[in-house]
Design a protein around this ligand. Sequence first.
Ligand SMILES: Cc1cc2nc3c(=O)[nH]c(=O)nc-3n(C[C@H](O)[C@H](O)[C@H](O)COP(=O)(O)OP(=O)(O)OC[C@H]3O[C@@H](n4cnc5c(N)ncnc54)[C@H](O)[C@@H]3O)c2cc1C
Ligand code: FES
Ligand code: FES
Length: 491
Amino acid sequence: MKQVTNTVRFVLDGRIVEAVGVRRTTTVLDHLREELRRTGTKEGCAEGDCGACVVMVGELNAQGNGIDYVPVNSCIQLLPSLNGKSVKTVESLKNPDGTLHPVQKEMIDCHGSQCGFCTPGIVMSLVNLVQKNDSPSRLQITDALSGNLCRCTGYKPIIDSTQKACQHKAQLKVQDAADVPLLKKIAPSQSPTITLYGEILLQPVLRTRKGNEFVSPATLAEVADYLLKHPQTTLLAGSTEIGLQVNKQFTRPEHIMYLGNVVELRRVSEDAQAWRIGAMVSLEQVLDLWRDVYPDFAEVLRRFGSPPIRSTATLAGNIANGSPIGDSMPCLMALGATLALRRSDKIRHVPLDQFYTGQKQNVLQPGEFIQAVVCPKPQPGQVFRAHKVSKRFEQDISATCAAISYQLKGGRLSGVRLAYNGLAPSPCRAPQLEAVLEGRTPGEVTAAALDAAIAQCFTARDGLRATWAYRSLVARNLVLDFIQEPFTQEA
Ligand SMILES: Cc1cc2nc3c(=O)[nH]c(=O)nc-3n(C[C@H](O)[C@H](O)[C@H](O)COP(=O)(O)OP(=O)(O)OC[C@H]3O[C@@H](n4cnc5c(N)ncnc54)[C@H](O)[C@@H]3O)c2cc1C
Ligand code: FES
Ligand code: FES
């Protein structure tokens, strides 16, 4: 398929790369390896799981005088979404005098590399970590590595090498002074083009002869206008679902709209009652926001994928995708979150627990999109608990994830909201279980009453990840755990 318009521009080690004639679904990994011969970046799984393809993607910081980096799985990121950004690969780390970055040098000295296939991805995850944190704890290092699989080393030498590398603090930052002015030069316009007739003209990043295109608007008005004209458009947020559809199911959407350049969608705003999380705020940012406010939610997010997944993945993408085992939804439903849905210039608010109409079905109208997720702030005395049960602790999909919110009034459970994933065609609340809890003291709640309510609330079905017997047992035991702890504290 021949491309007829436009070029993807990004910065790579002090130069602007112009990628001409690429397909709208070309991945960053394929372009790096096949066109730019940056073959240090490896392909293992091509689905965001192994980390062999991790690179750092940079954007100008808020002051415009430096670059903020995030680690990404280049195998599932589409190249046109790199337009206006910078990228660092393992080859970028070598200094002009040929010496290596301290993380690379210590990986050699500590025997952190054996067959070497995973090593470039591991190095990039660790170099990304030490850009912001030059004294990481062991837990922070293992967290940073949770999306990097190594079959050979057993990880200890890798962790040791990171700690040793951090003794060379002055050499940890990547060399990027030359990239800053180039990023300013290729920065996409932040205002829409309006024709003489007042129509919004959205210039695509790529368009093919057939009229297929990849667009990257800068404003909400452009998003809304384009979606009305092309309601079949595939919205692209963090690409951690779409990238898999492209690689594994070979989907080739005719129109793709990347939302990452819309400043309003990247903001979190708040008032006394709630946070409004823009649809392009990454899960890593949400984790930071709620680390102290909703620690259980933050822990669910810490176990959501891995840092390269969370650095691009969004709440809106998780919700819109609507997987039965999506992890953010039970937490958000228990907290009473609503969605700000926009179509044209109209916004309606839909409670998240009324968003799904079936498996991967929802109430979005053609041309409508999620603008923000509105999540209430905690009330005095509110208890929020959540826990994800999965076979592996990190980088794994839920057998079930449960979340609950309630208050204890005179020792009795009040205002109970309980939600699960993994038990029904979409994440949902469990009204029959809520009824068992509401108005009772924790001591009055019995396992038998919860089991009966689970049987009423859900249709028993075995799944690939767990049997129904296991899931329903876990669903009941999590509730017992969630309500016992504050009771003990109050007593
Ligand atoms: C390795 C790996 C690990 C993962 N681990 C987990 C996990 O632990 N828990 C979990 O729940 N999920 C997990 N996922 C799934 C995925 O990361 C999440 O669903 C993620 O939140 C999707 O967000 P995104 O921004 O990347 O969405 P995208 O891939 O960009 O989009 C997903 C869907 O949402 C639509 N969409 C995006 N934004 C909007 C919007 N604003 N309005 C309307 N529609 C929109 C897209 O068109 C698409 O249909 C994992 C995925 C991978 C590859
Ligand atoms: S190749 Fe495995 S995460 Fe990208
Ligand atoms: S060194 Fe062989 S997979 Fe890590």
